[in-house]
Design a protein around this ligand. Structure first.
Ligand code: DAH
Length: 341
């Protein structure tokens, strides 16, 4: 007999056995079904077992696996049905009060929301409080004050989501300066320093927008955590320690963090930060010592205070922790994904 027809026989057996178990209305009927399908001496599964020997050597693993699977499933269904039928029935006014209740589905927080709450908690332990800023920004906070001059390529309209000026003007009933969806949370550094004197120790978490080509690791909207510490005598060593401690607190002791010299207009010196992911490195953000031009832009005296800043991509941390292979899962709204967190 070919393995194809053996598999078909096993499929048919499973279907018939499951139907008989499900429709058994009392213990007697269930016992009859057990004897018919799983009985040790004359049961139908036993008959099928006798046929397994006819499978060829190559077919054996496949047929054997399916046989065991069917046996386990039917056995489990039988036990489950036995438990249901053994339940004492207590009727109150025609209502079986022993029936299990129906549960209302329970929602849960989105994995990124969970990650953000945990980031805030960890940074809170390091003494950082949380600041917020708007997602629709002006060019001063997104660029100018961050030492990104008008001719800098990062300001190219094609690299940013500018709001249509006409629309904004119509809404305000006036001509208004250009606005854009912020491309980085560094904007909040400026807003905080403009409104409070040093020392400063804040993080800011939120959405940023860039017209990137979407793929497994890039999205046109993602989340960043910005950090800013301004105080006399701040050092790069402190920055590196904070980032290392943060990464270990969220990802565990086995994560390595590496710093590569880089350039950002708002920091000097600047570094790019990578984390280990298996045998590879993945970029998670940028950091550096706050550029004196930025301190001057907000009215601080660079001779009195120094500070460090960093900006990290939140999705990548969450992806590494839970081995999520594609950033698009976060916005796919697939309950099979979301209900795992
Ligand atoms: N704003 C940068 C970006 O989005 C990340 C960054 C780099 C933030 C260095 C910082 C920093 O605060 O110091 O690519």
């Amino acid at each position: 007999m070919s393995s194809g027809s053996l598999i078909e026989l096993l499929d048919a057996f499973e279907g018939a056995a499951m139907a008989a178990i499900e429709s058994a209305g009392d213990a007697g009927a269930l016992e009859a079904a057990r004897i018919e399908f799983l009985g040790a001496r004359q049961g139908r599964l036993r008959d099928l077992q006798g046929l397994l020997g006819q499978a060829t050597k190559e077919e054996k693993p496949l047929v054997g696996r399916r046989f065991n699977e069917v046996k386990t499933r039917v056995g489990a269904a039988l036990e489950a049905r036995q438990r249901v039928l053994a339940r004492p029935v207590r009727k109150v006014g025609g209502l079986d009060v022993t029936l299990p209740g129906s549960r209302d589905p329970q929602g849960r927080r989105h994995p990124l929301t969970q990650t953000i709450l945990e980031f805030k908690e960890i940074m809170g332990r390091f003494g950082f409080s949380v600041a917020d800023g708007p997602e629709v920004e002006d060019e001063w906070h997104n660029f100018e004050a961050l030492n990104i001059p008008a001719d800098h390529p990062a300001r190219d309209p094609l690299e940013n989501f500018y709001l249509a000026a006409a629309q904004v003007a119509a809404r305000d009933g006036s001509s208004s300066p250009p606005r854009l969806l912020r491309s980085q949370t560094s904007t909040v550094q400026i807003r905080v320093m403009e409104s409070s004197p040093p020392p400063i120790r804040i993080i800011s978490v939120g959405r940023v927008y860039r017209p990137d080509t979407i793929d497994a690791t890039h999205s046109c909207m993602f989340h960043q955590m910005e950090g800013l510490l301004i105080a006399a005598g701040t050092t790069m060593a402190q920055l590196k320690t904070v980032l290392r401690l943060f990464a270990r607190a969220y990802l565990g002791q086995d994560v390595s963090i590496r710093f590569r010299p880089s350039f950002f207009p708002f920091t000097e010196p600047s570094v790019e930060v990578d984390m280990s992911w298996g045998s590879r490195w993945l970029e998670i953000g940028g950091a550096g010592m706050v550029d004196p031009n930025v301190l001057r832009a907000v009215g601080y005296d660079p001779d009195q205070v120094t500070g460090f800043a960093f900006g990290l991509g939140i999705e990548r941390f969450c992806m590494r922790r839970y081995s999520i292979p594609d950033i698009r899962y976060f916005t796919g709204n697939d309950l099979r994904f979301l209900s795992q967190f």
